[in-house]
Design a protein around this ligand. Structure first.
Ligand SMILES: *[C@@H]1O[C@H](CO)[C@@H](O)[C@H](O)[C@H]1NC(C)=O
Ligand SMILES: *[C@@H]1O[C@H](CO)[C@@H](O)[C@H](O)[C@H]1NC(C)=O
Ligand SMILES: *[C@@H]1O[C@H](CO)[C@@H](O)[C@H](O)[C@H]1NC(C)=O
Ligand SMILES: *[C@@H]1O[C@H](CO)[C@@H](O)[C@H](O)[C@H]1NC(C)=O
Ligand SMILES: *[C@@H]1O[C@H](CO)[C@@H](O)[C@H](O)[C@H]1NC(C)=O
Ligand SMILES: *[C@@H]1O[C@H](CO)[C@@H](O)[C@H](O)[C@H]1NC(C)=O
Ligand SMILES: *[C@@H]1O[C@H](CO)[C@@H](O)[C@H](O)[C@H]1NC(C)=O
Ligand SMILES: *[C@@H]1O[C@H](CO)[C@@H](O)[C@H](O)[C@H]1NC(C)=O
Ligand SMILES: *[C@@H]1O[C@H](CO)[C@@H](O)[C@H](O)[C@H]1NC(C)=O
Ligand SMILES: *[C@@H]1O[C@H](CO)[C@@H](O)[C@H](O)[C@H]1NC(C)=O
Length: 505
C-alpha cells in the first residue's frame, strides 16, 4: 500500500464534466516522476505507550438534548502516547485493556469540534457518532428525535433521470436505498422536493459549484437554497480532488466555510488515490469515502499503452491488484493513514463499483462480487455506501437493493452502526474475510465473505471468542453453519459465498 501513481484520474468523473487536464503522465511519452505526497508509517516505539484520547461522543449536541457524552479511550500503542514502563510487549495482546494503576498523562482533547446548537424545527440535523462512526439524523419524519442511520444508496444521475419523474426518485426507495447522491449540474427544485417527500436522504453533491475550481462566493451562494431541506444528509465537496490535483487547501477552505455557514451537517468527499496527500485533502471532510473499483481491470497494463506501477500509469484503480480485496485494503489503508499522525479516526464509506466501461472496467460486478464487496467493506469498517452509479444495469442495482434491505434494518443495522468490527483470520483460508460485532454481549453478528472464486470442500472453523449458545438466525445467505466450542464452522463453501449470521450467547 505504499505506491502512488502519477495520475489517478477516474474517467467516470469526466463523463459528467469534462475538465481540461494539464498533465497526462499516464500516456506514452510523458515522463515518469515521483508525485510525492506519500504518507509513511511512523517508526514504532520499542515498548508500548499509554495513549489516552478524549472526544465528544457526538459531533453535535442540540438544545433538545439534556445530556452529552465524552469518549475516554485509554489504549496501549507503539506509535502514540507516553511511556508506560511497567508493561512488556507480551502484555499488549490484541485485547489489552486499560492497565490498573495511577499514571499522569497529558489529556489529548481531540481537535474534533463540539457543537452545541439550537434545536431545529425544520430541515434536518445530522451528527457523527464518534464512538462507532455512524450518522445520527433528526428531521420531521423522526419527529426531530435523533435516530441512527446506515446510509446505503447510489450516486444517481439527475438531469434526465431524477428530474424526469417522481417515480424515478422513488425507484431508489423501492430498491431499499435510504440515501442517494444526486449528480446534478444545476440546482433542481423538483428533485429536492421529491426527495423530501420520499424521505430519501441526500448527500448534496457540490461538484457543479466547483466545476471551475474553488470560488468561495459561489460556494457561499450555494448553501442557503439547500440548508433547510428535511432530507439533507451532508455536504459533498469534492469528487476525487487529489486525482484532479485541486489545490491542497481546497477541501479545508470549503470545509471551514460550510461549518461557519451551516454547522448542522457533516462534510464529505471521496479520495481516489491510494496514498497521495491524504492528510491535506481529508482534513476537509467529516467522513471520507474511498472508490477503489477492482472488477474487470487490468491492474498492470493500461488502456493508454503504458505499464502501471508505483509511480506511473493509470489502470483505473490506484495501486490495486484487480481483486475484490482491493476494497478492503483501501479501507484499511485509509484507517492507517489516519492512525499514523494522531489516530483521529473519521468514518470511512465505500463507493462500490456498479459500473463498467471507460476502457478500464471490462465488466460489471456480478451479484456475488457485489455482495462480497459489501460484506468486505463492512468487515473493514465502512459506515455507509454510495455506489457508482444509478441507473446502473439491472444486475448491480438489484444486487445492491437486496443487500441494502438487510443492512439497513435490525439487527444487522444495529450491529453495523452500534459496534466495532473485530476481524478474524481463519488459518489456511486467508481469502475468507470474517468480522464479528458484539451487541450487548449476548448477541454476535458475524459477516463472512469468501473472496476465493473456487468452491472448497474443506472445513472452515471460525474462532469466535464468546460462549456461543447457538445460531439465532442467518440474516443474509444460506450457509449451513454449525456452532460448537466457541467456533462457527462449515464444511465446504462455494466460491464468493457471503453470509451474515446472528449468534446468541
Ligand atoms: C427554518 O428555521 C430557521 C430557524 O429556525 C429559519 O431561519 C428558516 O427560515 C426556516 N426555513 C424554512 C424553509 O422554513
Ligand atoms: C432534466 O435535465 C435535463 C438535462 O439537464 C434537461 O434537459 C431537462 O429539461 C430536465 N427535465 C426537467 C423535467 O426539468
Ligand atoms: C425514468 O426516466 C427516464 C428518462 O431518463 C424515463 O424514460 C423513464 O420512463 C422514467 N421512469 C419512470 C418510472 O418514471
Ligand atoms: C417533511 O418536510 C418536507 C418538507 O421539508 C415535506 O416535503 C415532507 O412531506 C415532510 N414529511 C412529513 C412526514 O411530514
Ligand atoms: C465567482 O462566482 C461569482 C458568483 O457566481 C461570480 O460573480 C464570479 O465571477 C466568480 N469568480 C470567478 C473568478 O470565477
Ligand atoms: C490555497 O492554495 C493556493 C495554491 O497553492 C494559493 O494560491 C492560495 O493562496 C491558498 N489560499 C489560502 C486561503 O491559503
Ligand atoms: C494486461 O495487459 C497486458 C498487455 O496487454 C497483458 O499481457 C496481461 O495479460 C493483461 N492482464 C490481465 C489481467 O488482463
Ligand atoms: C514505472 O514505469 C515507468 C515507465 O515504464 C518507469 O520509468 C519507472 O521506473 C517505473 N517505476 C517503478 C517504481 O518501477
Ligand atoms: C453458499 O453456500 C451454501 C452451502 O453452505 C449454499 O447452500 C449456498 O447456495 C451458497 N450460496 C452462494 C451464493 O453461493
Ligand atoms: C475446543 O477448541 C480448543 C481450542 O481451539 C481445542 O483445543 C479443543 O480441542 C476443542 N475441543 C473440542 C471438544 O473440540
Amino acid at each position: 500500500m505504499t505506491g502512488r501513481h502519477t495520475s489517478r484520474r477516474l474517467l467516470a468523473a469526466s463523463t459528467i464534466f469534462s475538465l481540461t487536464w494539464a498533465q497526462k503522465p499516464y500516456q506514452p511519452g510523458y515522463p515518469n516522476y515521483d508525485p510525492t505526497g506519500e504518507l509513511e508509517p511512523p517508526t514504532s516505539s520499542p515498548s508500548p505507550m499509554l495513549f489516552v484520547q478524549i472526544e465528544p461522543r457526538h459531533s453535535i449536541y442540540d438544545s433538545s438534548e439534556q445530556y452529552g457524552e465524552f469518549i475516554v479511550d485509554a489504549s496501549l500503542s507503539y506509535i502514540h502516547g507516553q511511556p508506560w514502563n511497567n508493561m512488556t510487549p507480551s502484555d499488549v495482546g490484541g485485547s489489552a485493556t486499560s492497565p490498573v494503576g495511577v499514571l499522569e498523562f497529558d489529556i489529548r482533547l481531540e481537535d474534533s469540534e463540539l457543537y452545541y446548537l439550537p434545536a431545529r424545527n425544520n430541515g434536518s440535523t445530522v451528527k457523527i457518532d464518534n464512538l462507532y462512526g455512524g450518522l445520527v439524523v433528526a428531521n420531521n419524519v423522526t419527529n426531530y428525535n435523533f435516530v441512527d442511520i446506515l446510509p446505503f444508496g447510489f450516486y444517481t444521475s439527475c438531469g434526465g433521470y431524477l428530474n424526469y419523474s417522481f417515480a424515478n426518485d422513488s425507484a431508489s426507495k423501492d430498491y431499499g436505498f435510504n440515501a442517494i447522491n444526486p449528480v446534478c449540474s444545476f440546482l433542481d427544485d423538483d428533485v429536492f422536493y421529491w426527495m423530501d417527500q420520499l424521505n430519501l436522504w441526500c448527500q448534496h453533491d457540490m461538484r457543479g459549484v466547483f466545476n471551475t475550481g474553488l470560488n468561495t462566493t459561489q460556494l457561499i451562494e450555494a448553501i442557503p437554497p439547500v440548508k433547510d431541506r428535511s432530507t439533507l444528509l451532508s455536504w459533498y465537496t469534492a469528487q476525487e480532488p487529489e486525482a484532479w490535483q485541486y489545490a491542497l487547501n481546497f477541501t479545508s477552505i470549503a470545509y471551514n466555510i460550510l461549518k461557519q455557514m451551516d454547522p448542522y451537517y457533516p462534510t464529505a468527499l471521496v479520495l481516489n488515490c491510494d496514498n497521495y496527500y491524504f492528510g491535506e485533502y481529508s482534513v476537509g471532510a467529516d467522513y471520507i469515502m474511498e472508490d477503489a473499483y477492482p472488477v474487470g481491470i487490468n491492474a498492470t497494463y493500461s488502456k493508454w499503452g503504458t505499464a502501471c506501477n508505483d509511480t506511473y500509469g493509470d489502470c483505473g484503480c490506484d495501486d490495486c491488484i484487480g481483486e475484490l480485496q482491493d476494497v478492503g485494503n483501501r479501507l484499511d489503508a485509509f484507517f492507517d493513514y489516519q492512525l499514523w499522525p494522531d489516530d483521529t479516526q473519521k468514518p470511512l464509506w465505500a463507493v462500490l463499483q456498479a459500473c463498467s466501461g471507460a476502457g478500464y472496467w471490462a465488466r460489471d460486478p456480478t451479484p456475488e462480487k457485489t455482495w462480497a464487496m459489501v460484506i468486505l467493506s463492512f468487515n473493514h469498517g465502512a459506515k455507509g455506501f454510495m455506489s457508482w452509479t444509478f441507473p446502473a444495469s439491472e444486475t448491480p442495482e438489484s444486487a445492491h437493493g437486496a443487500m441494502s434491505k438487510v443492512a439497513t434494518t435490525s439487527p444487522v443495522a444495529d450491529s453495523l452502526i452500534g459496534a466495532k468490527p473485530v476481524r478474524v483470520t481463519v488459518p489456511g483460508h486467508e481469502l475468507l474475510d470474517v468480522a464479528y460485532r458484539s451487541l450487548s454481549g449476548t448477541v454476535m453478528v458475524v459477516g463472512v465473505a469468501n473472496l476465493d472464486y473456487a468452491d472448497s470442500s474443506a472445513a472452515m472453523p471460525i474462532p469466535i471468542p464468546m460462549g456461543l449458545g447457538g445460531i439465532s438466525s442467518q440474516s443474509w445467505g444460506s450457509v449451513d453453519w454449525q456452532v460448537a466450542n466457541s467456533t462457527l464452522s462449515v464444511v465446504g463453501l462455494t466460491g464468493l459465498n457471503t453470509s451474515v449470521v446472528i449468534l446468541c450467547a
